[in-house]
Write a protein that binds this ligand. Sequence first.
Ligand SMILES: Cc1cc2nc3c(=O)[nH]c(=O)nc-3n(C[C@H](O)[C@H](O)[C@H](O)COP(=O)(O)OP(=O)(O)OC[C@H]3O[C@@H](n4cnc5c(N)ncnc54)[C@H](O)[C@@H]3O)c2cc1C
Length: 393
Amino acid sequence: MSRSGKPSVAVIGAGVAGVSFALRAAELGCEEVTVLERAHVAAGSSGLSAGVFNINATDPLNVEIRVRTRAMLDLLERENGLHLAHIGHLRLGRSEHHVELLREVIAMQADLGVETSVLLDPEQILERVPDLRVDDVLVGLWNPWDGHLDGPLLCGALVERAEALGVKIVPKQPVEAWRKREGGGHVLTTPEGEHAADVVVNAAGPWATRMGEMLGAALPLVSQVHDVIKVKLPDTVDYTVPMVQEAIPGEEAAIYFRQDGPDSLIGGEHTYSVIEELGSADPDHYRKTIPWETWEEVASRISARLPVDGLGFEPGWTGLYPISADGRPIIGPYEHDESIVACGGLGADGVTAGITLGRVAAEWAVLGEPETIGGAEVLLPDRPTLAEVKAEA
Ligand SMILES: Cc1cc2nc3c(=O)[nH]c(=O)nc-3n(C[C@H](O)[C@H](O)[C@H](O)COP(=O)(O)OP(=O)(O)OC[C@H]3O[C@@H](n4cnc5c(N)ncnc54)[C@H](O)[C@@H]3O)c2cc1C
């Protein structure tokens, strides 16, 4: 404990989750907060995302997480100069069930004081994206404030705020071992020495499973390789293509695409859940090239949704979605030792959700309960592993 009576904290991993945790812990008065990072800030999934932020989730908890994230993004844009490309987010509803669900989303957002999302009919969608195929679309959930950001720049802005409050971010410090400190707390070992703290936080992204085993605090994740495809736009497309999202939480993977540069899009396949066939990749050795079949499949589905002559497709990059068995992030202290805190499993939308979830985990560690969002108990660790979930099914 420091003089303030607040715990000293060692965070493993300087992705969005780790730096958000560190910032919130410092805001709450922790004087000794250190982030130990294997490589450099945003070296993991946070540096490889498509950077999409939106408040158009479809369940109350995720809507609330995104609305809180929006408030933080607003602050980072205003005070830290973070560039947010507000190109708008359009989620396509293609069944009566989707229409009902997307209507409920607007009500959930209104309950949280946000009233910028609207439902568009196909004609109104075409006013915004004239080339979109809408013959199978009933409505579009549209939010003009949403858009995309750059993951490393986001982490940089969070680091700037955290360092201003005294947080130490230490790159090139892979945590290799852990032991309990005599009299309470933890000692982490890196190649450069030992680091002691009252609280240890596992925010190691796709490496969190490994760190969890080391800490004796399970954080079981599957790390799924996802690909981003680049699309060259012909100059007949003289408007900004917003983020177009076919995926609906709870349903199969579907495509998304969004404007990237002046004459380019990026796109890919998106899902919020584990895809069985993908299995779990080793975060140190996973494929960095995009298989021809994936590329062809995504390209043909994007061309079908945006049937424009002269679209050109190029491979983009690959990265890992760190997903838990039930698809929900794993956030908060462990039952067997509350001074070990999980902050992982951020899945497909963690670059943005992680801003809030890191804060929630820090509030649990420092205040004993979260104050940023309600109902976060369902995210606590000590949940069944994928093998257990499968065995039960
Ligand atoms: C292709 C792709 C597209 C995506 N698109 C989006 C999107 O559009 N919007 C969105 O919100 N999310 C998106 N995501 C998801 C998002 O990127 C992740 O959920 C999020 O970045 C996870 O953040 P994290 O901080 O948990 O993990 P990471 O960013 O991976 O951070 C973990 C850190 O821990 C470090 N580390 C690991 N082991 C150790 C160790 N032993 N010691 C010290 N440090 C260690 C790593 O180097 C890394 O920096 C996308 C992901 C991918 C792959």
